[in-house]
Design a protein around this ligand. Sequence first.
Ligand code: SAM
Length: 567
Amino acid sequence: MWHPIPVSEEKETDPYLTKQLIAYIGNKRSLLGFLGTVFSSLENKGDRTVFSDPFAGSGAVARLARKMGYSVLANDWEPYSKIVNSCYIGINKSDLKNLFGEYGGVEKVFREINHLDGEPSDPYISRHYAPENTEEADYHTERLFYTTENALFIDRARTWIEERYSGWDLDEKQLKEKYILLASLLYEVSTHANTSGVFKACHKGFGGHGKDALTRILAPMEMEIPHLVDSSEKMIIENLDAADFVSQNSSHMTYLDPPYNSHQYGSNYFMLNTVALWDKPPVSGDRKDDGRFVEKAGIRKDWIQTRSPFCYRKDAPGAFSGLLDSIDSRYIMLSYNTEGIIPFGELYDIMENQGRTELYCRDYILYRGGKQSLSRQNYNMELLLVLDRKEKPGKSDRKKVERFLLERKLITLLRRPFHPEKMKTNFPCRNQSVDLSPSQDGSFLLGTREYYVFRDMPSTETLEVLSDRQLETLFSLLEDSLCGDNQEEARVLINLMRQSREEKMRNRYGRRLLQVVRKFAFKKYRELFEETARELERLIADENKVFGSLSEGLASIKSIAAMRFRG
Ligand SMILES: C[S@@+](CC[C@H](N)C(=O)[O-])C[C@H]1O[C@@H](n2cnc3c(N)ncnc32)[C@H](O)[C@@H]1O
């Protein structure tokens, strides 16, 4: 069975849940409202709820569980995660007034660190990961993960912390103080990085060629006192392999959020571990003949110690079922993605083997319909599977869930850009509407914009009438009607601009065209980009009334492309 969960339109504003979260792939910050609704429907009514989060990452979900009053068991095998969770999950707000007495209190200690000055005694981040001088940074010969000033800030702050709180063999109060300072520094380290999110590479030049996020990257670092909340419940924070962690800790509900693609967190976030551990591993300075680094990002070598089995197709199902066997909880929830490494059917079977498994999903695609953006092309769906070990599996549950997913996949497909000619070949089309009904009786008519994007979305009732076979046929016909690639979409948009009588629509297609062309503005598509840009310039000159609005945008994309081609 599946359950759509209404998503509140109200924005979460509590800083404990929304602020000071490290930038983290796969973090569930935007799903907190949805997850909170599911958690409260499963909690141990009238008794304490012990909530386990073995893949806690940034700690977004563990924070929610703490705020909901649960006893939280948070674990992740990356050291930086243990530190941020030890701070935000392990420390009470009311503790703050009793800490940092020898420095005159928490405010004073933060002020002191934020005002540190001078050369750090043994610079490390500024030596290996930042340029000599921000203004004269040279991405050919220097690593540009931080501005010179911010790299020095990290060196000074981290050295200050380690000089006062050396190692991890500290008493409880000192540990709390160290976690607070490090969690705050790690947030700065993750926020002001000159990367597009992960540390496997930095931008060539500050802000990258698009100069996006430049303000964030250049802004001087300043550590903030963490936003904490009080709780009288017991918290456990660990740094173990998830399977070991769950076999040592029982809970009422366990929330599993393992990686679902091949990207390893240890290498993607190596910089956070470097600052967390402050063990200063050697960084290769070897250079090629042209002066560039052989190891461009200087990733620490020991990241392979946390190479996750969940990132490999051949290992993930075994790791997942082994993990389930080790968990002692009535409820086990799994966040996963329809495009994840373990196919949905396999996941469902593994979970259903242990009891009734239901699918919860955010109720936002199926019933909202209406407006859609020209640029939405997302095929993925976030799933939450909930296993109740006390209930027996229902007979047709898997079939119902698969059917539901197929309907969702169809809705997602309907949001993509189509090729009008292909659409007209595959379906009866009239008056801007497409007839998607199998018997072509007009019972399933959807309005479009020039047969390029759908304006309407089908109602649940319309879809329910279709058999599984019919739904699958419809899906494959629609897939066959999509724009095959960006180049084809660009061609469709040029035609639509020509055909549009309304300036508003022409501009809309023009903006989309520029977005599409921007996608080719990379070295590997150089020929295609240059050919498309030449064609657009010809059109701007020959049919200026139609295409003139493209000229400014095209010039800016061309200058970004030129920089990329040179780099
Ligand atoms: C999708 S992220 C979790 C995101 C988290 N729920 C959040 O909101 O930030 C997956 C996490 O699993 C951790 N991880 C992967 N394999 C692990 C393992 N075998 N044991 C413990 N942690 C693991 C990674 O370090 C990463 O932080």
